[in-house]
Design a protein around this ligand. Structure first.
Ligand code: ADP
Length: 912
């Protein structure tokens, strides 16, 4: 039966469909007339009421109504239908059409409810539905309850439902992950534990309980578990737990210890890891974690440690130098004593734990750092023999030759972690080998250099082996081959029998082969050779081999000959000389005398050699002779000496001996060559002359003194005369007599000096006073000269006043004499170093260097066109020197020709 659609009244009746959001609107606008339930106006009250509840509820609700189980639902239910699915098509559709895919599942439930049964409750039920364009697994928690109509019978089924797919999925995921955790725990064979710090009760998984030998109870007392821990570890574990439970520790727990199964006594090494959780008061409320059986790895580790230890021991104890470098920096982790002491020459503390390059900075420029780097990166070992290394030492770089082996050390993962170095010091071996090589090479070069040839003769076969120099000496090419017989045939016929063959016979007896002989070269040129050889005998004492050398000595022979000839010439020459000629070695020993020496002395060479040369020197001069000779030998200065030699008849004769050193190119003295010339006659003449001078001056002195007296008398008597000629003449006579007097007194002094009779009469006097007196005297005679005194010492001296005055007069008269152009003379006197020094300076003609040294000699006068004009004997300075030397003083001159001279003397101030 169908209800007609009627006007506003109907609309009014549809109040129950008000509100309800989208679904309310859909229900109101839907043309219900075509549905079995008819237009809403005809709907029974029970349906209306139910729909009103549904539309106004925010809880997902659904209604199956009437015999067709028509579908109604609210906005809250709508999302469960997804997009592109049943919504909004199923509104008012019969249940079996709307829910085809699940009808089989829900129809029985609906029927059950409609049949008057209880309301149903299903939780998290999987009911896949079509939505979102596909069948989806959807979980529901729902309840079906009957809706009775006015008759009191169930006319519909009210469904409140909630899609729980999300929740179920999460739960499923948790379950899944729990399973996975469990799986992981199982797979890694981990024990798990969970300690309640409040109760000290422990929950553990089966594995853990098994390991600890604990019962199946859910909760175990911590103390029970602690009992199982090995005694030595208990304390440590307990402390670690206490620490983890303190908030400040961060709750971390990680410890290894041993447990001993209470029944089986099986020991296990475990590693416990865990974390404590803390509440707001920082009190630990949970402490859980895992336990891992590391027995196998610990044992493994122990084994590795053990083997590592053994390895280290091996290195340490090895007599072969070894070291281990770790890491890319090559830190010396280990090195044995041989390495440290013998190779490195360091102390252990200087090397261990340090980088190789820091310990040996000198390696920087050597190949080793590069080598180590290469090994470390490539993992390939390296070996080298006689590798050269330089190590720094106090005395400089030490060169070493080392056989080296570098091997990489691998970790279990094949990574290179270090390098082991094994070395063998072969320095000594290499050095000595190089030495031998060098020596051999040197010897070869030396042999070549000496132009020596070597040979080896087989005495049984007469086969000869020789160096290339040998045929050369015999006048052939260096590569020429010849036999022993051919060699022999080249020996000069005059020498073959008497020299060579004889020498050979001697060699067979003595073992030594030695001769000098002539060789005739193919071009008939004759040369000299010298051979030296040694014979080797076998056990039967038979000569088997001879080794030797052969040298060309032609040139030496030539020089020898030359020398011989020149020596002969020299002897001939020397022997024909009337003078004595002799030579001496560098130490002064006389080793050659010419014939004249033997003739004069009447001695033989043997006699002279036996008693010495000095035996013929007069005893008075021997001492001085030795002194002078040794002085020359020590200084290399020429030897010059006058002494008397005893003639064969016992008479001593004066000789003037001179010797000069003979030097080589470098100036080194090789020998001395000396001559001794007989000067007996000259000496005698000199003595006669001295005698004459002495006598003449003595004889002249008296008449001169009387002349002087008469002249002075005449001057005195004619003092006031007007006769100027007479006055001038008397003055000249006085001047000349004065000169004559001084000349004669000089000659007298000279003979006194010669005969050693110049005596000093010393007294104390002031030198300045003497100087004043003398200069006054000179001024008197030479009034035109300006004699200036300066410094003027006030020192008193102890000396011969007259003689010192004589020296001063000599200086001053010379100064006047030799400075005709300039009229100033300066006289200085002063003390210095306990000496008093007097100098006389003129600006006269001066004296050249060569003459300066000689003017103090007897009769020496400077020769020159100027000097000729100056009268004199050349004895004044000689006497002055004698006087000053007898006062232990010094006398000398500095002068420059053309500028003037300074003559000076000094005498020591004698303490009074
Ligand atoms: P002489 O009687 O010849 O002067 P000395 O022994 O006094 O003898 O002097 C030796 C020589 O020294 C002189 O002949 C002269 O050549 C040189 N001589 C000495 N004094 C001077 C001087 N003041 N200036 C230059 N020459 C001098």
């Amino acid at each position: 039966m169908k209800n007609p659609v009627i006007g506003p009244t109907v609309v009014e009746n549809l109040q129950f469909l008000s509100g309800g959001g989208e679904m309310g609107m859909l229900m109101r606008s839907k043309d219900w007339s075509r549905t079995p339930v008819g237009t809403p106006g005809t709907w029974p009250q029970s349906l209306r009421t139910t729909l009103s509840i549904i539309l106004n509820s925010k809880f997902p609700m659904f209604l199956f109504w009437g015999p067709e189980l028509l579908c109604f639902y609210n906005d809250a239910y709508r999302p469960s239908l997804g997009d592109n699915g049943k919504h909004p098509g199923i509104l008012g559709m019969s249940g079996d059409d709307a829910w085809v895919e699940i009808w089989k599942i829900i129809k029985p439930l609906i029927d059950l409810v409609l049949a008057g049964g209880e309301a149903t409750w299903s939780e998290d039920q999987l009911i896949p539905i079509y939505r979102n364009g596909k069948i989806e697994d959807v979980y529901w928690t729902f309840s079906y309850s009957p809706v009775n109509d006015e008759t009191g019978k169930p006319a519909g089924v009210f469904v409140t439902c909630n899609e729980t797919t999300g929740k179920v999925n999460i739960l499923n995921e948790i379950k899944e992950s729990k399973n996975q955790l469990q799986f992981a725990i199982d797979a890694t064979e981990l024990g798990t534990w969970d300690l309640n710090p409040a109760t000290n009760k422990l929950i553990g998984n089966t594995r853990l309980k098994e390991w600890f030998g604990l019962g199946p109870e859910e909760e175990i007392d911590l103390s029970l578990a602690m009992n199982v821990i090995a005694a030595q570890d208990k304390q440590r574990v307990s402390e670690a737990i206490q620490k983890a439970l303190q908030f400040s520790s961060g709750g971390c727990y990680d410890i290894e210890y041993s447990i001993v199964h209470p029944i089986t006594k099986k020991e296990r090494i475990v590693r416990a890891k865990g974390k404590a959780n803390f509440d707001e008061q920082h009190i630990a409320n949970r402490f859980n974690g895992t336990l891992q059986d590391i027995t196998a790895t610990a044992v493994e580790k122990r084994k590795t440690e053990e083997s590592e230890k053994q390895f280290r021991n091996l290195v340490i104890q090895s007599p072969i130098p070894m070291a281990i470098l770790m890491g890319g920096d090559h830190i010396i982790e280990l090195a044995n004593n041989s390495m440290i002491e013998k190779i490195w020459r360091k102390k252990e503390s200087e090397v261990i734990g340090k980088k190789v390059i820091d310990v040996f900075p000198e390696l920087k420029d050597q190949k080793y750092p590069e080598l180590l780097k290469e090994i470390f990166t490539s993992g390939k070992g390296y070996r080298e023999n006689e590798s050269v290394a330089y190590l720094e030492e106090a005395l400089g770089l030490r060169k070493l030759y080392l056989d080296i082996e570098y091997a990489p050390l691998f970790e279990t993962d094949n990574r290179v972690t270090g390098i082991i170095i094994i070395v063998n010091d072969v320095t000594e071996k290499v050095d000595s080998r190089l030495n031998v090589e060098n020596t051999e090479e040197r010897l070869r070069l030396a042999v070549e250099a000496t132009e020596l040839s070597t040979w080896e003769l087989d005495l049984q076969t007469r086969d000869i082996i020789y160096s290339p120099r040998l045929p050369e000496i015999f006048g052939h090419d260096r590569s020429y081959n010849f036999t022993h017989a051919q060699m022999r045939s080249q020996i000069h016929p005059g020498d073959i029998h008497d020299i060579v063959e004889k020498a050979f016979e001697v060699a067979m007896e003595t073992g030594i082969y030695k001769y000098e002989a002539r060789v005739v070269k193919p071009d008939n040129e004759v040369s000299w050779v010298s051979t030296r050889g040694k014979v080797f005998f076998n056990e039967k004492k038979e000569p088997v081999k001879m080794f030797g050398t052969l040298r060309d000595i032609t040139e030496e022979k030539y020089h020898e000959q030359e020398l011989l000839e020149s020596e002969q010439k020299f002897r001939l020459l020397a022997d024909s000389m009337p003078q004595h000629i002799w030579t001496a070695d560098t130490e002064g020993n006389l080793n050659y005398y010419n014939e004249s020496v033997f003739n004069f002395s009447g001695l033989t060479l043997e006699q002279i050699n036996k008693d010495g040369w000095l035996q013929i020197v007069h005893p008075d001069e021997r001492q001085e002779n030795i002194k002078k000779w040794m002085h020359s030998i020590n200084t290399g200065e020429d030897f010059l000496f006058e002494h008397r030699f005893r003639r064969y008849d016992g008479e001593y004769r004066w000789q003037l001996s001179r010797a000069k050193p003979q030097r080589d190119a470098s100036g080194k003295i090789q020998m001395w060559v000396g001559t001794s010339t007989d000067i007996q006659e000259i000496k005698e003449q000199e003595q006669q002359k001295d005698f004459f001078i002495s006598m003449a001056s003595h004889e002249l002195k008296t008449p001169i003194t009387s002349i002087k007296g008469y002249v002075q008398l005449l001057q005195f008597t004619h003092m006031n005369t007007e006769d100027t000629v007479l006055k001038k003449s008397l003055g000249s006579v006085e001047k000349q007599v004065e000169k004559l007097t001084s000349l004669i007194s000089d000659l007298l002094d000279l003979s006194k000096i010669k005969s050693g009779k110049l005596f000093l009469t010393k007294e104390h006097f002031f030198l300045n006073e003497l100087i004043a007196e003398v200069t006054e005297e000179i001024r008197h005679i030479n009034p035109e000269y300006n004699i200036v005194l300066s410094k003027e010492t006030k020192t008193a001296v102890f000396a011969d006043r007259e003689r010192i005055g004589q020296v001063l007069i000599n200086f001053l008269t010379n100064a006047v004499k030799y400075s005709p152009g300039s009229l100033e003379i300066q006289v200085e006197s002063y003390t210095e170093n306990n000496k008093v020094i007097v100098s006389v300076k003129d600006s006269g003609i001066g004296i050249n260097k060569k003459d300066q040294a000689k003017i103090f000699e007897r009769f020496y006068r400077v020769e020159g066109k100027n000097e000729k004009t100056f009268p004199g004997f050349g004895i004044g300075l000689f006497i002055s020197m004698e006087i000053i030397q007898r006062h232990n003083g010094n006398i000398g001159v500095t002068s420059e020709p053309g500028k003037g001279s300074v003559f000076y003397f000094s005498i020591p101030i004698e303490k009074i």
